[in-house]
Design a protein around this ligand. Sequence first.
Ligand code: VG1
Ligand code: CO
Length: 543
Amino acid sequence: MERMTISTQPIEGQKPGTSGLRKKTRVFMAPHYLENFIQSVWIGIGGVTGKTLVLGGDGRYFNDRAAQVILRMAAAGGAKKVIIGQNALLSTPAASNVIRSRGADGGIIMSASHNPGGIDEDFGVKYNTRNGGPAPEEVTNQIFKATKAISAYEICESQDLDLSRLGTVHIDGMEVEIIDPVSDYAALMRQLFDFDKIAALFASGFTMRFDAMHAVTGPYATAILEGELGAAPGTVVNGEPKPDFGGGHPDPNPIWAKDLMDVMMGADAPDFGAASDGDGDRNMIVGRGIYVTPSDSVAVLAANAHLAPGYAGGLKGVARSMPTSKALDRVAAAKGLDCYETPTGWKFFGNLLDAGRATICGEESAGTGSDHVREKDGLWAVLLWLNILAETKKPVAEIMTAHWAEYGRNYYSRHDYEAVETEKAEGLMQALRDRLGTLPGQGFAGMTVESADEFAYDDPVDGSRSEGQGIRINFDGGARVVFRLSGTGTVGATLRVYLEDLELDPAKQDRDAQEALAGIIAAADAVAGIGERTGRSAPDVIT
Ligand code: VG1
Ligand code: CO
């Protein structure tokens, strides 16, 4: 087999965002694009010689082709071994688990997560380090630096490997182990949760609908929920991963998982509903007649995790991303736990989890997870909910009402303005930034600003500092709004507006969130001039 050195030139814009490099699929398919980035990963991590890597993806269009290229480049770089999921599939949390359990040096996940897939949609590549978590900024900065200086990459010339057959094959002296993508992950879940209790719950007639959104969680959910826990056949819908996710957005929220919402709000709703995203790290939780916001879900999980065997000893601490609601803080305060506030993106939880400072983490964007892996984990959240439901035998709605009565309800919503012209979105942020010092005391739509700042994070473990992580404005009375630009989009800019207000009175905790937040929504528009600056009269997505 021949190793080839191919001359290339730096390609602009290969800067990893919130979670890896995400671009239009056709951009990734253009000559040298993927190769340049992979070679830069090798350079950024100090070379791949002698290393063992894990490789897998969410099955989106180009997943299979990209896997063959990455294998040939790993071989050319002198890697010792690549462990790859059958058909190049691995959910993000499963990949994180394989890196950890097999003691690999790192891994590459091919995914653009919740972004749509297909030749005209999105593709992505992310590097995870030895702890199983997304590379920290220090590493992604090295990778980005390498993309700007690259002049050649190395690749083996070889036939495509047959990735459909389990077992070990070789490519230019490098071992390639093709593993079942589900079995290691299922074994881990069995350790954490009381499968017998959950199985008894299903046996007693409890019904569920899990919408895999034609994405990677299908095989995992089918094997675990239907196969091991005895949920009725058909519990998992849209369970076959498709390269274009059936044409949908594999993003588990009430907008993109509307079918599930309609069923759960309907007359014959099952007891429990859930959905996951493209790469299996997000989750949506719905009870019969009630949607649970991700911010509330992580709070409920933290409050009740001790009911599952894996967390019976209690939690070391909890963490949430800054724009996530403070519902988790209220649970932490009541239980005497530390609660950390990090920038958006799972990579910021890695150090806290490694250092044993946090056990459960969450993001308002439907990401929840624990120290069992170093990624958020959609199915894990669903199984923890099932374990809690099996123990309490209460409907989701009752659990939520009781939770709010005890801790208060943090009304919460996120409004997204998608594909805004980059200049306009950045102008809006800059204008806010320029006025931060003068905002306190000023009134907007009847609300008075108490404090305003731009969030910066000092990592308590390694002391690194991350600046420019979102503008937050607190109003008198406790309401707040956060403004951020997305770091995962591929077209223009997405403005995210996060809205929150606390209600302690149980008599006022059953309102519609948009109604409850109407005042703060108006104040957000008034303070930032959203309509005026973006030309949009309403958000594209409300979650
Ligand atoms: C979004 C979410 C963030 C999440 C990230 C990756 O980032 O807001 O909470 O960690 O996606 O999730 P941004 O920069 O677009 O707001 V996933 O499931 O897309 O890997
Ligand atoms: Co995801």
